[in-house]
Design a protein around this ligand. Structure first.
Ligand SMILES: [Mg+2]
Length: 230
C-alpha cells in the first residue's frame, strides 16, 4: 500500500520524461539455446550457430529499419545456412521463434519502471525492432501499462543511434526539454548519440538498483508511524 510511503525527492523532480531502450534493459538477452533453436529452424547445423548469428546481425539493421520485408530477411538467412537445407520452416515459425526469444523481460526493471510511472513520469519506449516484434511488444501488458508512447525503428525508418530516432522519441514523449529527459540504453553508441542531442543519459549495465537511483522511487516516509497490525 502506498499510504506509508512518499516519493523520493530530488534529483529526479525536474525530470519531464524518460526514453528507454527495450532489449538489454527491459528485455533480457537471448540464451545460447534460443540462438541454436532459431538457427536450426532456419536450417543451419547446430555447430554453425555462431555463423548463423553473424548472418542474422548482418541483415538485421535493414530489417529493424523497415527497409526489407520479413520474407527477405528470413529467406536470406535460409539461403545462407546450407546450400541444400534439410527442411524449410514456414515464415510464421521463424517469426514466432524470433519474437519469443526477444520477449523475456526483467521483473526487477519492470518494478522500478512501474514505480516511476506511478509517480507520474511519462515513459516512452525507443527500440530498434522489426514490425512483428514491435507489434508483439505493444501487445504486452507491461507495455500497455507503462509506456506513454512506443517508437520503433521499423515504423519511423530509422535505427538508433540516428538522430532522427531520438527526435521521434522526444516528439512521442510530448516534446519534453532534452535536458530534462533521461535516455536509458545498454549500448554506448546510442548513449553518446543521445548525449550529443542534449539528453541526460544512463548507460544501463544490468543493475536494476542503478536504474532505481536515477528514477523516482517510493521511499519510507520518515516520522510517520507504521500501520497498526491490529
Ligand atoms: Mg539495447
Amino acid at each position: 500500500m502506498p499510504t506509508n510511503h512518499t516519493l523520493a525527492p530530488l534529483p529526479h523532480d525536474d525530470l519531464e520524461a524518460v526514453i528507454i531502450d527495450y532489449n538489454g534493459v527491459i528485455g533480457r538477452q537471448p540464451t545460447p539455446q534460443m540462438w541454436s533453436r532459431l538457427a536450426a529452424l532456419a536450417g543451419w547445423p547446430v555447430e554453425h550457430t555462431d555463423a548463423f548469428i553473424r548472418a542474422f546481425w548482418g541483415n538485421r539493421e535493414a530489417y529493424d529499419a523497415g527497409e526489407i520485408s520479413d520474407r527477405t530477411f528470413w529467406q536470406d538467412l535460409l539461403h545462407g545456412g546450407t546450400e541444400t537445407p534439410r527442411r524449410r520452416e514456414p515464415l510464421s515459425a521463424l517469426r514466432k521463434a524470433d519474437i519469443e526469444m526477444w520477449t523475456h523481460t526483467d521483473p526487477a526493471v519492470l518494478e522500478v519502471l512501474h514505480t516511476a510511472h506511478a509517480a507520474g513520469l511519462p515513459i516512452a519506449l525507443l527500440s530498434n525492432a522489426p514490425h512483428p516484434l514491435a507489434a508483439a511488444l505493444d501487445d504486452t501488458p507491461w507495455c500497455a501499462t507503462l509506456m506513454y508512447r512506443t517508437v520503433y525503428s521499423c515504423r519511423i525508418g530509422a535505427n538508433k543511434p540516428a538522430a532522427r530516432a531520438f527526435e521521434a522519441a522526444l516528439a512521442a514523449a510530448g516534446h519534453p526539454a532534452p535536458g530534462r529527459t533521461l535516455f536509458i540504453d545498454d549500448r554506448a553508441d546510442n548513449i553518446q548519440a543521445a548525449a550529443n542531442l542534449g539528453l541526460r543519459t544512463l548507460h544501463y549495465q544490468g543493475d536494476a538498483a542503478d536504474l532505481a537511483r536515477h528514477l523516482p522511487q517510493l521511499e519510507p516516509t520518515m516520522g510517520l508511524a507504521a500501520p497498526s497490525a491490529a
